[in-house]
Design a protein around this ligand. Structure first.
Ligand code: SAH
Length: 240
């Protein structure tokens, strides 16, 4: 059975958007996965189709009503994981993306304005998910980012099956850097080792660069994975 995504949003016209292009778009056209965007407003209960109200306790903005959100979720709930996009959520990881991609799909709730009435997280099994430590104006781009990450892992989406396995985060490290022709460009050459044809040396160089670049750019990843990562052999020089 294929991966089914249901997005609950106030802006269903945003979908498929970028998910309709490239790999994800082809997969959608070929039925490798499916996408349904539903309007939360269809579950409003008053004649003005109100979905939000002012924050209890005061303050700026509007809050999405829990009764409307629950009705929108209940209408599509079928055992797939239910996730809500919010900067207050647990940061999305490649590990969670892999779990989701291995399942039947996902139901994704997109916020707007100040976000959701908190009681929705108590009353329904909804997992709060953040795509990073910054604030978007709505959950739709977050949902798209998450779905894109899941869909590219589905069988039949990526050409070379191995290209999903060596990526950044798969081993708790950033991926090594890539190069392609021209060999020389603006006086800079592709590292010699990558042109040597010596696969063992290439693998060693890549591992070393993955560790070094992760140390420099994302020391938090090293810490998160235990910090005990083997350092490159002491005195080892970058061969680039
Ligand atoms: N007042 C909220 C932010 C609301 S932003 C707060 O400070 O926590 C409006 C909506 O955009 C949110 O409900 C959420 O669905 C989405 N959004 C914003 N930033 C996000 C992020 N980093 N990850 C996931 N969704 C996000």
């Amino acid at each position: 059975m294929s991966f089914r995504a249901t997005v609950l949003t106030l802006y269903p016209e945003m979908f498929p958007g970028p998910l309709g292009a490239s790999l994800a778009g082809r997969g959608l056209a070929e039925g490798v996965w499916s996408l349904e965007a539903r309007n939360i407003r269809d579950h409003a209960i008053d004649k003005h189709r109100t979905v939000d109200d002012t924050p209890a306790g005061g303050g700026a903005g509007m809050v999405l009503r829990c009764d409307v959100l629950a009705a929108a979720l209940d209408a599509v709930a079928d055992g797939r994981p239910m996730l809500a996009m919010t900067p207050r959520g647990k940061p999305l990881t490649q590990h969670r993306v892999r779990e989701l991609a291995a399942g039947e799909g996902a139901i994704i709730l997109c916020g707007r304005f100040e976000g959701f009435d908190e009681r929705i997280f108590e009353a329904r099994p909804v997992e709060p998910v953040s795509i990073g430590d910054y604030v978007l104006s709505g959950g739709e781009l977050g949902a798209m980012a998450m779905l894109d990450a899941c869909v590219r892992l589905l069988p039949g989406i990526m050409g070379a099956t191995s290209s999903g396995e060596e990526e950044s985060f798969e081993e708790g490290l950033l991926e090594y850097p890539h190069y392609t022709r021209p060999v020389e460009w603006e006086g800079r050459t592709i590292p010699e080792v990558l042109r040597s044809g010596d696969h063992a040396k290439i693998a060693q160089w890549r591992k070393q660069r993955a560790i070094e670049d992760t140390r420099l750019r994302r020391p938090d990843l090293i810490v998160r994975h235990g910090g005990a990562r083997e350092a490159p052999p002491s005195g080892a020089q970058r061969e680039d």
